[in-house]
Write a protein that binds this ligand. Structure first.
Ligand code: ADP
Ligand code: MG
Length: 525
């Protein structure tokens, strides 16, 4: 090989090396640029979801203002502020065996609750859950209610020989009926329309409790339907509006309970209002001077809510645009899908999630429990995140820093949800003068204000199972109220308000009708 050839080869190798290096550097620059774009999307998300205490306080005020407006006139606010006609809440002294029938959708449950007469002692509870046979959902009212009444009968008879059943006594039953009903008293509500696949036209615009009562009589059951524990007017809501049951259960355990909040698939709240503050229903009289109002707070809206393009798109793609704006930001039905939308956007801006996955475009494919599992993944390599990305979204082999990014997105979305829910709760407290702000005007500082112990009953799968959500909510509550006041506000978790709560409500209505009336009346303030 001559010298000239050697030089030529060396130069050639050097040129090739430069080219390779150039490609590598070029790739790095490109990937850095892509990462920068993704970080831009994240920053935008964080800014869009910002919930400073200042902003949360604006949401608090907006909630209180909307509550006023919804109480002032029908249609005065996006908050429907429905009257429930519940003016007696359980005191804890109720005794005896009570039943509940919970027709929530495709299933119904019969419950028996044995109350011992002393607060906190629910001695026993039995539950039997059954599917409604599909043909009964669009058959006749008689067939549907006879079917349920038979189950109740069987259930009651299974009670056997225990002491309670041998006493000849009318049994009391609370009926939770989760369809749109116009309530006219505790006992009576008129079905506005069927939802969730039911279609028994003859019942529309008729009294619902009547059908159950008649079916019970046909089955030879001496039972009184004590309360129609049904509370929703919301046509689109697929949610069981069981907040009143939750409030009843909360009040049974703790008489300082003034409100109840549910944060599960959907979200709603109710609270005890003074009847004279319910302006849209002039002359409303209750013995207690108070009444439970079902807010339907999922439909709350305010321009102070921090809204992102993902929320706008989610709303536009939903079957009920412009409806349930608050619920779409805070409840379990939606949080996972907001996260999916952010990941989708990032994957469109870059290839950090690898080649396009068609799964990412499937609405609601990322359920909120999966999102929670990723958020709470504490393995050093984030193996849970990797697993869910792979199995659910068909995104494989993403580096650790991308997995960390996914955790961050979950965090931003959940933190906003939890903090807004906290602001909603404080909004209720503000409306009823329990937020500790009452004394500020007279020159006293907040810490001087005498604050009454205030309990809010809370339940729902999102709050109960998602630890980070719960912690963010508690943290925000303290931030908004200030530590001094927050000490007096207690969130108490209840369990199964829609079932047990309805039975206990039946109990309190039963004893309030008896001579030795020791049921608590609802004390509004
Ligand atoms: P519902 O609201 O449908 O009556 P639940 O109160 O049990 O029923 O709430 C169920 C909802 O809670 C689910 O739809 C889901 O959004 C949420 N959820 C359940 N488990 C978890 C979990 N582990 N992490 C986060 N969210 C959860
Ligand atoms: Mg529920």
């Amino acid at each position: 090989m001559g010298r000239g050839v050697m030089v030529g080869v060396t130069v050639g190798v050097a040129v090739a090396a430069c080219l390779v290096a150039g490609v590598v550097v070029g790739k790095r620059v490109k990937s850095r640029r892509k990462w920068k774009r993704v970080m831009g999307v994240l920053r935008e998300l964080e800014e869009g979801c910002e919930t400073t205490v200042g902003r949360l306080k604006q949401v608090v005020d907006a909630m209180a203002v909307e509550m006023h407006a919804g109480l002032a006139s029908e249609g005065g606010s996006k908050l429907k502020m429905l009257l429930t006609f519940v003016d007696n809440l359980p005191s804890g002294s109720e005794k005896g065996t009570y039943y509940a029938l919970d027709l929530g959708g495709t299933n119904f449950r019969v419950l028996r609750v044995l109350l011992g007469g002393q607060r906190s002692s629910i001695l026993a509870k039995d539950v039997e859950r059954q599917p409604i046979p599909p043909h009964l959902m669009s058959g006749t009212s008689e067939d549907l209610f006879d079917f349920m009444a038979s189950s109740v009968k069987e259930f009651v008879e299974k009670e056997g020989n225990d002491s309670e059943s041998s006493v000849v006594k009318k049994k009391e039953l609370g009926f939770t009926f989760s369809f749109p009903v116009r309530q006219t008293s505790v006992l009576s509500g008129i079905l506005i329309k069927w939802t969730k696949g039911f279609a028994i036209e003859e019942m529309v615009e008729k009294e619902v409790a009547q059908y159950l009562q008649e079916a019970l009589i046909r089955k030879g059951l001496d039972m009184r339907v004590a309360v129609l524990a049904y509370f929703s007017l919301l046509i689109y809501s697929e949610q069981v509006n069981d907040t009143v049951g939750t409030l009843a259960l909360g009040h049974y355990h703790d008489e300082d309970t003034v409100a109840a909040v549910i944060i599960g698939t959907g979200s709603n709240a109710c609270y005890v209002e003074r009847t004279d503050a319910i302006i849209k229903c002039q002359g409303l009289l209750t013995t207690s001077g108070g009444m439970v109002v079902n807010m339907e707070w999922g439909n709350f809206w305010s321009s102070h809510l921090p809204r992102t393009s993902y929320d706008i798109d989610l709303d536009a793609d939903s079957p009920n645009p412009y409806d349930m704006g608050f619920e779409k930001m805070i409840s379990g039905m939606y949080l996972g899908d907001i996260v999916r939308r952010v990941i989708l956007r990032m994957s469109q801006e870059s290839d950090i999630f690898g080649p396009d996955s068609s799964r990412l475009s499937v609405p609601f494919i990322l359920r909120t429990p999966l999102m929670a599992a990723m958020h709470e993944d504490d393995s050093p390599e984030l193996t849970v995140v990797a697993g869910i990305l792979r199995e659910v979204l068909e995104i494989s082999d993403v580096p650790l820093k991308v997995r960390k990014l996914v955790v961050k997105i979950c965090d931003v979305v959940t933190r906003r949800a939890a903090r807004l829910a906290a602001a909603g709760i404080v909004g209720i407290l503000k409306k009823i003068g329990r937020d500790g702000s009452g004394g500020i005007t007279s020159g006293r500082t907040r810490s001087d204000v005498k604050m009454r112990r205030t309990v809010v009953a809370i339940e729902g799968g999102l709050y109960t199972n998602y630890t980070m959500f719960r912690e963010y909510l508690h943290e925000a509550l303290t931030e908004i109220l200030g530590e001094q006041i927050a000490q007096h506000v207690i969130l108490k978790e209840t369990e199964d308000g829609s079932g047990i709560g309805a039975a206990i409500l039946a109990a309190s209505y039963s004893s309030s009708n008896s001579v030795d009336n020791d049921t608590d009346t609802v004390q509004p303030l």
